[in-house]
Design a protein around this ligand. Structure first.
Ligand code: AMP
Length: 183
């Protein structure tokens, strides 16, 4: 199973991606986690991307796409995966389509986590990540509307919208139900 999770900051994508990937037995690939791991271990890539993460800006495609291409190993089609945080733009989605087509597969389902913007600010401020100040959150929200929301049209034929308000187990159950009734 090859799944994407799309949704605004604070929709619970990371939490749900970890739970869903464990339940489905596929790898959880989060570009945000990969970038943060580089920043934490002060690698060359980490030094390049830190300013973007701190500002809530998109890391340039030439860095992001290469990192993702390296992470998508040759057996990735067979093994399956749940991608969280990538693609974030239609350009990145086109790159992903090509990477998978070269390996003879594609994305099966795109899960959209739908949550009203005004409900996520408190949740994010409580999370307390370094890039979770009010200004940076607003910038990420604006980028989501401008750059990422067009993905919902791009993937319209594979899109499943999951209402993402409520408790963590409720949202997981809704997402699993959506995936299973679609399969
Ligand atoms: P996330 O953990 O998904 O909230 O991502 C945290 C930060 O990592 C974002 O605010 C961006 O700076 C960067 N990032 C993650 N994924 C991408 C991507 N697909 N393209 C560009 N930047 C990204």
């Amino acid at each position: 199973m090859r799944i994407l999770i799309v949704g605004p900051s604070g929709a619970g994508k990371g939490t749900q991606a970890a739970l869903l990937s464990a339940e489905l037995g596929v790898a959880h690939i989060s570009t945000g986690d990969l970038f943060r791991a580089h920043v934490d271990r002060r690698s060359e890539l980490g030094r390049q991307v830190k300013q973007y993460l701190d500002a809530g800006a998109l890391v340039p495609d030439e860095v992001t796409n290469v990192m993702v291409a390296q992470r998508l190993t040759d057996d990735v089609c067979r093994a399956g995966f749940l991608l969280d945080g990538f693609p974030r733009t239609v350009g990145q989605a086109e790159v992903l389509e090509n990477l998978l087509r070269e390996r003879d597969c594609g994305i099966d389902t795109v899960l959209e986590f739908d949550v009203p913007e005004d409900q996520v600010m408190a949740r994010l401020l409580a999370r307390g990540r370094g890039d979770d100040t009010e200004d940076v959150i607003r910038h990420r929200q604006q980028l989501y509307r401008q750059e990422t929301a067009p993905l919902l049209d791009f993937y319209a034929d594979r899109l499943v919208t999951v209402p993402a308000g409520g408790s963590v187990p409720d949202v997981t159950a809704r997402a699993l139900h959506a995936l299973r009734t679609r399969a």
